[in-house]
Design a protein around this ligand. Structure first.
Ligand code: NAD
Length: 424
């Protein structure tokens, strides 16, 4: 089952539960619009290389489509469709007035020079600019893309349209239309929902330990927040090693130092093994993060990591799984987690912090007035906390698995918007 089939199956199950009529189900189980295009890029050696780019707009009933652009070698239209659909649910569950979209390019950005990266980013906008815009579809960074790339894309859009429209894209650098707090938004959002989950389960956060998959944007800030805000300890993080073409887990019995590890991590989230070893970190196989004897697991790298084959590796001590990544748990694994009564904070709720601050960025762009970091993070905390309790209320009220409760909250909001607009 690929990611999109999984997203559709999750939706179908909830459509049945909610007794949605066939018309509504048909609209929502496929994207409204899909774009696939060539991006010819002049490489440094003078040759032209053609990349394939995508943009998928799943649903925009609640507002302009919203979602990241991924640069990843194994990117496919189905991954992007799935992620676009999850964005629809994510914006709805967070109750921000945006729809769901996603884009990408099948490429390993680390193999490109800075100049090639810039030409690829500008080339992506050249092909799709008529179908994106502040009131149409607003992209953002995701796996393999960063604020600098968003800056180039915003600039290309301004050149093509002849006017400054920073709201066309979010995740821009601060000082170039970006919002303070955007870099840490997703990771901190994970921590805010974790804090609420621990409060609900009567767990003292300062006595907890965590193990994290990934050490990119989400994982770095989630680990920093876990240590600094909750007072817990992160025992392990993991990352992909491009040279060895495999992943590794970095473990420290008394807890990692997130700031130190960040200082030896490159912009693609790969930790320097030699420097980590010199500082007393143990380096283990890439999947070791999953079997650590900890209270909290935070998958924050790729989809499909907790599957029917791997779920049994999870320690009996684990009480909460906070899904920082999109789609990290397969459906068969989900059944096992529910049976074991592990409290799962589902991806489209848990990692909604990024899109919430992206929304705040658009609001600030519209006002042309910028909030302080503290103001942004306080508003983010309010949104995440409200969303968590909206979902928890349905889970408890209907006695259903929390992921299903999140779907119910989100789908109902999207269906209501479609009805209100007369689409149904
Ligand atoms: P990133 O590119 O900054 O980092 C990805 C990290 O995952 C890197 O440390 C990389 O080394 C690691 N990784 C890649 N393959 C791995 C493997 N096989 N095993 C272990 N580690 C591996 O990406 P990110 O922005 O942190 O995003 C991570 C996840 O969170 C993705 O699923 C993304 O869709 C999701 N997400 C990101 C945001 C955001 O604001 N950045 C928002 C919501 C969801």
């Amino acid at each position: 089952m690929n990611a999109f089939q999984m997203a559709q199956a999750q939706f179908d199950a909830m459509a049945d539960y909610l007794h949605l009529d066939n018309g509504v189900t048909s609209v929502l189980r496929w994207p409204l619009r899909e774009f696939r295009f060539q991006i010819p890029v002049r490489m440094d050696d003078g040759n032209i290389r053609v990349f394939f780019g995508y943009r998928v707009q799943h649903n925009d009933a609640r507002g302009p489509a919203k979602g990241g652009i991924r640069f990843h070698p194994s990117e496919t239209i189905d991954t992007i469709r799935a992620l676009a659909m999850w964005m629809t649910w994510k914006c709805a569950v967070a109750d921000i007035p945006l729809g769901g979209g996603k884009g990408g390019v099948a490429v390993d950005p680390a193999e490109l020079s800075i100049g090639e990266q810039e030409r690829l980013c500008r080339g992506w906008v050249d092909q799709i600019w008529k179908n994106i815009g502040p009131r149409l579809d607003v992209p953002a960074p995701d796996v393999g893309t960063n604020p600098q790339m968003m800056g180039w894309m915003m600039d290309e859009y301004a050149r093509l349209t002849g006017s400054y429209a920073p709201g066309v894209i979010t995740g821009k650098p601060v000082g170039a239309g970006g919002s303070r707090g955007r870099a840490e938004a997703t990771g901190f959002g994970v921590v805010y929902t974790l804090r609420e989950a621990m409060r609900h389960l009567n767990i003292d956060p300062s006595k907890t330990t965590a193990s994290i998959q990934g050490f990119g944007n989400v994982a770095q800030h989630a680990s920093a927040g876990f240590v600094e805000q909750l007072g817990g300890r992160v025992l392990a993080v993991s990352c992909w090693d491009r040279q060895d073409r495999t992943s590794y887990t970095f473990y420290k019995e008394d807890g990692i130092d997130p700031k130190f590890l960040q200082s030896i991590t490159d912009v693609f989230g790969s930790i320097d093994k030699d420097k980590a070893l010199q500082s007393g970190y143990e380096i283990e196989p890439g999947d070791a993060w999953l079997s650590k004897d900890v209270d909290v697991l935070i998958p924050a790298a790729l989809e499909g990591q907790i599957s029917g084959e791997t779920v049994h590796q999870i320690s009996d001590r684990v009480k909460i799984i906070a899904e920082g990544a999109n789609g990290p748990t397969t459906m068969d694994a989900d059944e096992e987690l529910a049976r074991r009564q592990i409290f799962v904070i589902p991806d489209f709720l848990c990692n909604a912090g990024g899109v919430v601050v992206s929304y705040f960025e658009g609001v600030q762009n519209d006002m042309n007035y910028y909030w302080s970091r503290q103001e942004v993070l306080q508003r983010l905390d309010e949104k995440m906390t409200t969303a968590f309790h909206d979902v928890l209320r349905v889970a408890e009220g209907e006695r259903i698995y929390i992921r299903n409760a999140a779907y119910i909250v989100a789908i109902n909001r999207v269906v209501n918007a479609m009805k209100f607009r007369g689409w149904l």
